[in-house]
Ligand binder design. Structure first.
Ligand code: CAA
Length: 406
């Protein structure tokens, strides 16, 4: 077993770390306080090639692997979760599904412009009455000659108001249940499409969260992503990608909480000594460190499987569940270590605390991930699909999984 990064992975990590420290970190707190989406930063991220990271060269990409992508995501989240959300949605929830399900024409139309940030994408799945129950889509797609007419409303859509492209999930035939759902690539300047920003929010102040309104939006059939009836599968694929990046981002938040807490604990004095010398502070720091490292391994294991082309819904869910909850715990401990100053927006702990809270809500609540994992363990529904191959971790534990349907 080798726990080593390749030279290329190390270089990409270093590149992301430098960019995060020099370009994102200096503006993160001010953007958060002003609830400002930073278009200058978006431009820089595009120019630096961050949005092109996972794309093949023929679409203007750099073709990096998922291990390197996870490290980049972690570094961005370490300094700003709002920026990490922009980055993750663009890559995991829009570029990746176009790569996986798109026609060559769709790929050529969108991916090179997404690679530079000229086109920003959003993912329109969630609705006022379809959150965890993603299959309960009320947005309709009605066939009309060469077109589909879309009507409905989406909510909690990251990047929504600033997007040029929306991946919209809609129900085309209710009688078929989730097999009647279709996915569409919708240019947001199309008549009938509008947005509204959801403000104010508890955290992610520098990220744009939106409602999308589709009022008789006419979308040509050539804009369908995947086949007719494949929309739920497309959505689940998107979530498998997006959850991975939320997990990697959560590790970055955890790491940031360790960094700010250890620095503060070795500066701040109480009762005549550094607070870092008190065992109750040390206990919090030890727990944050163990959580962070365990989470990083879960993310890198999921990344490894993705790079092998192995379906890893189970490992992604596990990473997302563990890392998001660990980041929330770590940000809570950071506030505690900062004491009264943890409650002040003049110190960094408060922003991490507020931003962390969404991590186990979006892209599947902790409850949804527990459901996916428990049903897999019980043999009720194998998360990686029936007959999925053993992962290296399965092989390590020589474990036979239950297969019987309950
Ligand atoms: N990959 C591929 N296929 C999958 C899949 C996956 N990960 N998960 C399920 N499927 C398939 C199943 O195999 C099944 O296919 P068949 O009918 O052919 O057998 C089909 O999809 C239906 O599966 P289920 O019966 O399991 O579906 P369900 O309705 O019971 O839902 C669920 C399962 C896991 C609860 C799912 O609905 C879910 O993940 N819900 C949470 C949704 C979520 O995370 N929403 C957050 C969106 S984040 C966002 O939008 C904000 C943003 O901008 C960041």
């Amino acid at each position: 077993m080798k726990f080593e990064l390749t030279e290329e992975q190390r270089q990409i990590w270093q590149w992301a770390k430098e960019f995060a420290d020099t370009e994102i970190a200096p503006v993160a707190a001010a953007n958060d306080q002003a609830s400002r989406f930073d278009f200058d930063l978006l431009k820089k991220i595009g120019e630096q090639g961050f949005f092109s990271a996972i794309l093949p060269e023929k679409y203007g990409g750099q073709n990096i692997d998922h291990v390197a992508y996870a490290l980049m995501t972690e570094e961005i989240a370490r300094v700003c979760s709002s920026t990490r959300t922009l980055f993750s949605v663009q890559i995991s929830l829009v570029e990746k599904p176009i790569l996986e399900f798109g026609t060559e024409e769709q790929k050529m139309k969108y991916l090179p412009k997404m690679a530079t940030g000229e086109i920003i994408g959003c993912f329109g799945l969630t609705e006022p009455n379809a959150g965890s129950d993603a299959g309960n889509q009320q947005t309709t797609a009605t066939e009309d000659g060469d077109y589909f007419i879309l009507n409905g409303q989406k909510t909690w859509i990251s990047n929504g108001c600033i997007s040029q492209l929306a991946l919209v999930i809609a129900q085309a035939d209710k009688s078929k249940g989730h097999k009647g759902i279709c996915a569409f690539l919708v240019d947001t300047d199309i008549p009938g499409f509008s947005t509204r920003e959801i403000k104010p929010k508890l955290g992610l102040h520098a990220s744009v969260t939106s409602e999308l309104f589709l009022d008789n939006v006419r979308v040509h059939k050539s804009q369908m992503l995947g086949k007719y009836g494949e929309g739920f599968k497309v959505a689940m694929y998107c979530l498998d990608q997006g959850r991975f990046s939320v997990a990697a981002g959560s590790v970055g938040v955890n790491q940031a909480c360790i960094d700010i807490s250890t620095k503060y604990a070795m500066e701040r004095e109480a009762f005549g000594q550094k607070i870092g010398e008190f065992q109750m502070i040390q206990q919090m720091i030890a727990d944050m460190a163990a959580d962070c490292e365990a989470g990083r391994f879960l993310v890198l294991h999921a990344a490894y499987l993705k790079d092998q082309g192995v379906r890893n819904t189970r490992e992604t869910s596990m990473a997302k569940l563990f890392c998001s909850e660990a980041a929330i715990r770590a940000s809570n401990s950071a506030v505690q270590i900062f004491g009264g100053y943890g409650f002040s927006e003049e110190y960094p702990a408060a922003r991490y605390y507020r931003d962390a809270r969404v991590l186990n809500l979006y892209e599947g609540t902790s409850q949804i991930h527990r459901l996916i994992l428990a049903q897999d363990e019980l043999g009720i529904r194998p998360a990686n699909g029936p007959g999925s191959p053993m992962t290296p971790i399965d092989r390590l534990s020589y474990r036979e999984k239950p297969t019987a349907k309950v």
